[in-house]
Design a binder for this molecule. Structure first.
Ligand SMILES: [Zn+2]
Length: 410
């Protein structure tokens, strides 16, 4: 089986034109003209690889190879083509274009799979336009309700449903994109790591054991506002000093675990002033781990210590849950297939976890999923400087192809 790494690289570069920004990045939102053009180009490449091309009710682009048993459960392989504002060239497109190369390499090698293989480019993975995201994969998993399409709007006030209609889709038919659990064999995705673990380990490719789910909490700390000049330090109930201690504590509690990450990304002082002791502070926490039990444990410690800090500083604190997404484990047999594929090429693939969310999370409860990561330079992603070398892209694509062959029975 021979991969065409040069063609993969030139296609990655070619897609850059669709949504290219002045800063050297790419802005390619879901259901935009740029995404339409990218999908049209990718559809041409799918047809050249012998795939039967269609778009489903959500606008997911699908290229099908029926295989020897067209009625057997389908192996889905893909990623996404949409981007964040001024994002990079690899986040998403690498997985879609590698899947096409994998199919093409298998076909040229005369290895027809037993199971049908469908290359899929999920629409709206990033959620950059409507602050929702993974819309295409939610639709395929059958968990996207029609009402959701009216509930989220972009900066211009356009709903998802309106954007879909303008794109030529019928929002009322979104349910038709859903796949019955028994009809899908598995979902495989190659993605860039977007972190620095592989680079630090000197490894080009890693197998993903799980995807961390975010828990988002909002903290409202209430103290007592007062005059900054006339209130002595003893007895002050400064909400911001208490919040600062909490933020510091959250960072320490996460660091005490092997893989937990905690981020306070928004903080505001209500009715603040240069000469006013802060009376109320609100801040958010994003807490993630691939192990839900560990995440729960850290959350409990954080809640207990927030109560202690409140007690010590004479303030009160309300905690509101914004979202609680369960972490997802990748299927062990599929992970083993990826590891074996790497071994065929003389590689011993390290296991990594995904701190970022991916489309596979949406379908993990419906059918088995697995992912492999290609090394990112300096861990940079969602930025024009995002980069994975041509050699690493080709190698990761070859491991993907060998995994597809194993899983689909080629
Ligand atoms: Zn991505």
């Amino acid at each position: 089986m021979k991969m065409d790494g040069e063609r993969l690289w030139s296609r990655l570069s070619e897609l850059h034109a669709f949504g290219a920004t002045a800063d050297g990045g790419v802005t390619r939102f879901a259901w935009s003209d740029a995404e339409r053009q990218a999908k049209d180009r990718v559809a041409v490449w799918m047809r050249e690889a012998g795939l039967e091309v269609r778009e489903d009710a959500a606008g997911n682009l699908i290229g099908r190879w029926s295989g020897r048993e067209p009625e057997a459960p389908v192996l889905l392989v893909g990623s996404h083509l949409d981007s964040v504002p001024n994002g990079g060239d690899f986040d998403g497109p690498l997985g879609v274009l590698s899947a096409i190369e994998a199919v093409d390499a298998l076909r040229r090698a005369g290895r027809q799979p037993r199971h049908p293989v469908e290359v899929i480019a999920f629409t709206d993975e990033e959620g950059a336009r409507f602050r929702y995201g993974m819309t295409g994969s939610r639709a395929v998993a059958g968990t996207l309700r029609r009402e959701e399409l009216d509930a989220h709007t972009d900066a211009d006030g356009t709903t998802i449903a309106a954007a879909m209609t303008a794109y030529g889709l019928e929002p009322d038919r979104i349910g038709e994109a859903a796949r019955a659990p028994g009809s899908v064999l598995a979902y495989l995705e190659l993605h860039i790591e977007q972190g620095q673990v592989l680079e630090a380990a000197g490894q080009p490719v890693g197998v993903v054991s799980g995807i961390a789910g975010p828990l988002w909490l909002k903290f409202t700390v209430v103290g007592r506002a007062g005059h900054a000049g006339t209130t002595p330090m003893p007895g002050r109930r400064d909400a911001l000093v208490a919040a600062a201690e909490m933020v510091q504590m959250m960072s320490e509690e996460a660091a005490a675990e092997a893989r937990t990450v905690a981020t306070v990304g928004q903080l505001s002082v209500r009715r603040g002033g240069v000469n006013i002791i802060p009376g109320q502070v609100e801040f958010t926490l994003d807490l993630r781990d691939v192990d839900e039990a560990v995440r729960d444990r850290v959350e409990q410690r954080i809640r207990a210590r927030v109560a202690e800090i409140c007690e010590a500083r004479g303030v009160s604190c309300q905690v509101e849950e914004l979202q609680r997404v369960p972490p997802v484990q990748c299927n062990e047999a599929l992970q083993a297939a990826i590891v074996e594929a790497g071994r065929e090429l003389g590689l011993s693939l390290p296991t990594v976890v995904s701190g970022a969310g991916h489309d596979g999370m949406q379908c993990a409860g419906r059918w088995p999923i697995a992912m492999l990561f290609a090394r990112s330079r300096a861990g940079i992603s969602h930025h024009p400087d995002e980069y994975t070398s041509p050699e690493d892209c080709a190698l990761a694509a070859e491991i993907l192809a060998r995994t597809v062959a194993r899983v689909a029975g080629a």
